[in-house]
Design a protein around this ligand. Structure first.
Ligand SMILES: NC(=O)c1ccc[n+]([C@@H]2O[C@H](COP(=O)([O-])OP(=O)(O)OC[C@H]3O[C@@H](n4cnc5c(N)ncnc54)[C@H](OP(=O)(O)O)[C@@H]3O)[C@@H](O)[C@H]2O)c1
Length: 292
């Protein structure tokens, strides 16, 4: 049982959910937003961490295009900031789970990436996150780096699935890329894995956490529509080139949990089953929000 969980980046998608999950489990939580604790400020980080805490670093520049546009800030947060958190945890004697990403992989592979596969990121986001992984484990070899992918809440958030869900209630059409493949991950399943790792029984330093299976963004969007009874053909395929986003993205970044399950993590459920559960949850506020 985790005594206290300290969440950095607690105002973000994963941090917000983790804080709620801690409350649901009756675990004391210190949920620190960017304003309350800037992880690029090593003194600030030290002040919040005590012995026997479980620290989960959710703070990041996680917007891939924003990272590409401002590499200095991306490295300051994703690499140096992560290192600050690791040093503070090592000094205090706290446990650390540091979140990382499938974007550390190049996308050349055509079967799910496992922990032993070579990391070769394409863009600033992935490179800065990989630098963070290395810095965290150098500062604190018994920390856990948890790579996850295509995380969604499914409701109320700004994530891909929540956005598609909002569209389902309208008569609008939307585009989704059909040449990027990944493993969608329901934030609840990620949170369950974080609490499982927090129990302290798993020794492997690098772990993968994602729902089982892989799909394109188009298949994911259409699955959301299908699940909600909307016409999936309203989602039209586009290529990554047509989508014209500034930062490069791996064409294939599905994650395998094979080695992580062997290390002791509970096997993941298929992504469609997790998606169905996510979409069965009510949207906060009781009704579908209007499209932005
Ligand atoms: N979402 C995904 O699909 C996904 C996939 C793979 C991996 N991950 C990883 O999962 C973790 C959590 O991602 P997320 O989806 O929750 O991202 P998010 O919603 O963008 O949240 C990141 C949070 O970090 C905060 N932050 C930024 N700079 C900070 C700083 N210097 N000090 C403290 N906090 C700072 C942000 O606050 P402000 O907005 O106020 O600046 C934001 O609340 C990240 O490590 C990300 O790389 C996410």
């Amino acid at each position: 049982m985790v005594a206290r969980i300290v969440i950095t980046g607690a105002g973000g998608q994963v941090g917000t959910f983790l804080a709620g999950e801690a409350a649901r489990r009756g675990v004391e939580a210190s949920a620190l937003t960017h304003r309350q604790c800037d992880i690029t400020d090593s003194d600030a980080v030290e002040r919040f961490i005590a012995a026997s805490d479980l620290v989960v670093n959710c703070a990041a520049i996680a917007n891939v295009d924003a990272a590409e546009a401002d590499p200095d800030t991306a490295y300051a947060v994703n690499a140096t900031g992560a290192e600050n958190v690791a040093h503070a945890c090592a000094r205090a004697g706290a446990q650390l789970i540091h979140l990382s990403t499938d974007y550390v992989f190049s996308g050349q592979q055509r079967h799910p990436y496992d922990v032993g596969d070579e990391a070769a990121p394409l863009g600033v986001y992935g490179r800065s996150k990989l630098a963070g992984e290395v810095a965290v484990l150098a500062a604190m070899p018994d920390a856990h780096v948890v790579r996850t992918s295509w995380v969604y809440t499914g409701a109320g958030g700004t994530d891909f699935v929540a956005g598609i869900r909002r569209l389902a209630g309208t008569d609008e059409t939307a585009d989704a890329v059909d040449d990027q493949v990944g493993s969608p991950t329901y934030v609840k399943d990620l949170a369950d894995a974080v609490f499982e790792i927090g129990e302290g029984r798993i020794r492997e330093p690098v772990l993968h956490v994602a729902n089982e299976g892989a799909c394109t963004r188009l298949e994911l969007a259409r699955a959301v529509f299908t699940e909600l009874g909307a016409d999936p053909q309203r989602i039209r395929p586009v290529s990554t080139a047509q989508a014209g986003r500034p930062a490069p993205r791996p064409a294939y970044s599905a994650l395998s949990m094979g080695l992580s399950v062997r290390a002791g993590l509970t096997p993941p459920r298929p992504w469609r089953a997790a998606l169905a559960e996510a979409l069965a949850q009510p949207v906060p506020g009781g009704q579908l929000p209007s499209t932005p």
